[in-house]
Design a binder for this molecule. Structure first.
Ligand SMILES: [Zn+2]
Length: 388
């Protein structure tokens, strides 16, 4: 009999119940003999060789929100309403397949068990559906604020989706839809896409309330985001007002969340990404709707968006997941870097919530089963999360 090894950790998440502090796993050969609180394991396995404690032992995390096709961009922190035109749009020539290939390499190297990736061009989407061995969802991004072209954009999207669904493979990525953001897709198109996605069982992600200026846009129709957004629309040859885009007058008390709820979009259970600048009512609505939420702490910090009210979402019972966003705002595509940043940005938050979000929350968003760390299962060194 080989001597069993006791791997100890500050946080142990077995994939069942809640993560615990001061846990461990006893491994004999390559098989798990036991997992649980350390004192119990020490008592039951006195012959085991105990290793110095790790930070986290858990099934691997999921990167629930990425833009792999932006991986050739440089990291550039700027306020969100400037970052969109000056970085994301200005650098569009760098966006595409080559970036996605390099990004997928980073995802693989980071040890992520899955991803939720937003995709901007057809070549990249087809390549990801055909080639990615990292599972999860590739969300086709749709952006059209003009209600007059909503029906045409919707029909074109539906035709493309029909073709792409044939490329889905088991073990690979599923196809999803991403109406880009609350204000960059017209009210008409939001409705059409949500109804279609719900009917087809297509997962959805929407960027919502990333920066304070987005809350201002819905409340007043003005502010720096409204200005920079309407100027971008004008450069593309269309003159629109916020009221035309959202199909009603902006008003104090109108939030992006109540707007989506009013359109019926939340019934399709989209994943809401960012959700930094929300009201307590928004949090209640989202928790009751069953829509999961993805937070990207580094990106939010770097684009001056504020801090995600994680504790309030957790208290309301919302499902929270973690994502890196793109390298242009989030710095790296490594979900372990994001976990460490999340702990630093939320010093008062129970770190077990962060681990659970990255592991289980992420799979709630992009699919996949959490492997259980329990007696009789095979041990994987991938359960030892990197220390630095
Ligand atoms: Zn994003």
């Amino acid at each position: 009999m080989t001597q069993p090894t006791l791997f100890a950790a500050d946080i142990l998440y077995t994939g069942m119940g809640s993560p615990i502090r001061g846990g461990g796993v006893v491994v004999s050969g390559q098989t798990i003999a036991a997992a649980g609180p350390l004192p119990e394991l020490r008592q039951n396995y006195p012959q085991a060789r105990e290793l110095p404690p790790r930070r986290v032992i858990s099934p691997p995390p999921v990167n629930a929100h990425t833009h792999l096709d932006m991986s050739l961009y440089d990291f550039q922190p700027l306020p969100y309403f400037r970052w969109i035109p000056e970085v994301a749009i200005a650098g569009r020539a760098q966006r595409g397949l080559e970036g996605a290939q390099s990004g997928l390499e980073s995802i693989r190297a980071s040890g992520a068990a899955g991803m939720g990736d937003i995709v901007w061009d057809a070549d990249t989407l087809e390549w990801l559906l055909q080639e990615s061995e990292v599972p999860g969802v590739a969300y086709w991004e749709v952006l059209d604020p003009n209600p007059a072209t909503a029906q045409a954009t919707f029909e074109a999207t539906r035709e493309r989706v029909k073709g792409w669904r044939k490329l889905e493979r088991s073990g690979g990525l599923r196809l999803g839809l991403s109406p880009h953001a609350t204000h960059t897709v017209s009210h008409t198109l939001h409705r059409l896409l949500a109804e279609y996605a719900a009917g087809e069982g297509l997962p959805m992600q929407i960027h919502v309330l990333e920066h304070p200026s987005e809350a201002e846009l819905f409340a007043t129709g003005a502010g720096p985001l409204a200005e920079s957004f309407l100027a971008s629309v004008k450069r593309m040859g269309t003159e629109l007002s916020i009221a035309e885009v959202i199909g009603r007058e902006p008003a104090p008390g109108l939030s992006a969340v109540s707007y989506l709820e009013g359109l019926g979009v939340l019934k399709a259970r989209p994943t809401l990404v960012h959700m930094v600048n929300v009201t307590p009512e928004d949090i209640t609505v989202v928790a009751q709707s069953g829509c999961p939420v993805v937070t990207c702490p580094r990106s939010n910090r770097n684009l001056h968006c504020g801090t995600f009210p994680w504790q309030q979402f957790a208290a309301a019972g919302a499902e929270v997941a973690l994502g890196t966003d793109s390298v242009a705002s989030g710095e790296t595509l490594n979900i372990h870097d994001e976990v460490r940043a999340a702990l630093a940005i939320h010093p008062g938050l129970d770190p077990r919530l962060v681990v659970r979000a990255a592991v289980k929350g992420g799979r709630r968003v992009v699919g996949g089963r959490v492997p259980f760390i329990r007696r009789g299962e095979a041990w994987s060194d991938g359960y030892l999360w990197p220390e630095e």
